[in-house]
Design a protein. Sequence first.
Length: 326
Amino acid sequence: MLEMESDILDRLDLQLLSALEVDARASFSRIASVLGVSDQTIARRYRRLCAEGGLRVVAVRDGYVLGQDQWMLRIRCAPDGALAIAEALAKRPDTSWIGLASGGTEVLCVTRPRHPGDHDDLLLGKLPRTPSVVEIRAQQLLHRFYGGAAGWISKFGALTDEQIAALRPAFEAVPGPPRLEPEDEPLLAVLQRDGRASYPRLQRATGRSESSLKRRLALLRASGAVYLDTEYQTEILGHPVAAILWITAAPAALHSVGEALARHEETAWVSATAGPSNLVVTALARSTAGLYAYLSGPLGQLEGVQHVETTPFLRRVKQLTYPVPR
């Protein structure tokens, strides 16, 4: 189980972050009741985490559940153009997890095209015409082993099973395949900026009644089409080192290796991918020595792994839906 090493946060802060991973729209009073503190304490801690730890709650469309194409891009650039390209990509609504790597000569990015043609426009149109771009590698994401609604903070084990059960929202089963409707767009436009937006605010943005909004949001979350995620600076939890791992597993071991990687404490995201490697992983560590210990230990000893390429992040430019403040 992970241990937090932080000069900024204490166990209650970690429990609050964990509670938000279970239900990011849970009221402060509900979280306070489960954690055994006052509403005012939770509200104060939440505001501090937002101000000092970059905490944001946002709604995310789940491309895996909706059957939408998702791609991991590796864009090799001239050193003087990488940051400008990363920041331009960060402004697009269909990108996330953008970072500079390889000494500032590579941009890493996840893209989720929302409409037919968006992917072709980006990969065949805009990026190849960018003078600073030297090479583009696009690997389609095929299957998620870890990530999405399952957050990395849960690996700290800050909440008991009873606390998790008390916080987990109860949704009714949803018939039929998950889907988004055109009338969901105004609702999602607000929640993608602030996943905890109040119902009066959602009413003003959508013109729908509070009861209608509650039913629709509950349905979207129950179906898995939309989930609420938290983004934050991993540095505040004592894990400032981040790297993308491009792993090649033997085809017969692909699924078992992916499942094993999902259980590792160091992994925040694990996906099967098409391309030169067949697994891509986001790994977090306390230090470069900690990253080496993971590569040479749990990962290196994993049966079925044939090759690993490690790309440390130099700088994160965007997480989920907004550019990271500098």
